[in-house]
Write a protein that binds this ligand. Structure first.
Ligand SMILES: Cc1cc2nc3c(=O)[nH]c(=O)nc-3n(C[C@H](O)[C@H](O)[C@H](O)COP(=O)(O)O)c2cc1C
Length: 226
């Protein structure tokens, strides 16, 4: 009788934990982003004056409108008639995908539909970089090149152009952050093998850089850390 009771309890607990895991990973839903507000932010020259790297983040989430503006600034479609983007890309291959790691899970930015598509219902922020602050930042952008979109180019050429194309996106994010008082730092220090595995990337997808974004951590007397 005792044996049956324990089997029942442990069996129920096992089923419940599997259900919880499934529910947690299955809950991630697509996020329809809002229309970018192109009439806000500081003038470009002031954003250039303020652009800097910051490695101290508050865990406060970004409001949907700010997230929407940020991703559009990073590499959104700015000419719908041609599908071209706010960042240039060699031969207009548009091979850099922006993955967005948040506390809720991992998303993929689809610029055409201006939507975040769910990828993984897990918080993988801690493994998006080798530095401690990455798990504090509410948002870690991961720039991934899809070599399958780069035609027959040689491997070195694919690597060179995808690195260059990522640089433009990263700088767009830097300037947006400077114009909105957000903290950011672009990062190359990543365990790419571990991260690619966690993201379930294909062999022809390459992690180029990552970039943490968030509000600056407040220090004494409410002053920003930058
Ligand atoms: C390609 C690249 C990789 C970088 N990787 C890292 C990194 O892994 N971790 C980090 O804290 N900063 C990283 N940085 C940020 C630089 O350290 C930073 O840009 C530099 O110190 C100059 O500071 P500033 O951006 O405030 O001008 C990287 C910058 C670039 C351009």
């Amino acid at each position: 009788m005792k044996k049956i009771f324990f089997s029942f309890v442990f069996g129920t607990l096992a089923v419940l934990s599997v259900c919880t895991v499934l529910a947690l990973s299955g809950e991630l839903k697509a996020i329809q982003l809002l229309k970018p507000q192109v009439d806000r932010g500081r003038p470009l020259m002031q954003a250039l004056k303020d652009r800097s790297s910051s490695r101290s983040f508050s865990s406060e989430k970004l409001p949907l409108q700010v997230l929407s503006n940020l991703l559009w600034a990073a590499s959104g479609v700015n000419r719908p008639e041609t599908g071209k983007r706010t960042a240039p890309s060699a031969m207009n291959r548009q091979e850099i995908d922006i993955y967005v790691a948040t506390a809720d899970g991992l998303y993929l930015y689809n610029a055409k539909d201006h939507i975040l598509k769910p990828v993984l219902g897990e918080d993988i922020r801690a493994i998006t970089g080798r530095q401690g602050y990455v798990k504090e930042a509410p948002l870690n952008l991961i720039y991934v090149a899809d070599f399958s979109r780069m035609g027959e180019a040689a491997k070195e050429e694919k690597e060179f152009y995808s690195a260059a194309d990522t640089g433009f996106i990263g700088q767009n994010v830097y300037l947006f952050c400077a114009s909105e008082d957000l903290a950011t730092v672009v990062r190359g220090s990543i365990d790419r093998k571990a991260l690619a595995k966690a993201m379930k990337l294909r062999p022809d997808q390459r992690i180029i850089l990552a970039q943490s974004v968030g509000y600056p951590k407040r220090i004494a007397m409410g002053k920003g850390s930058r």
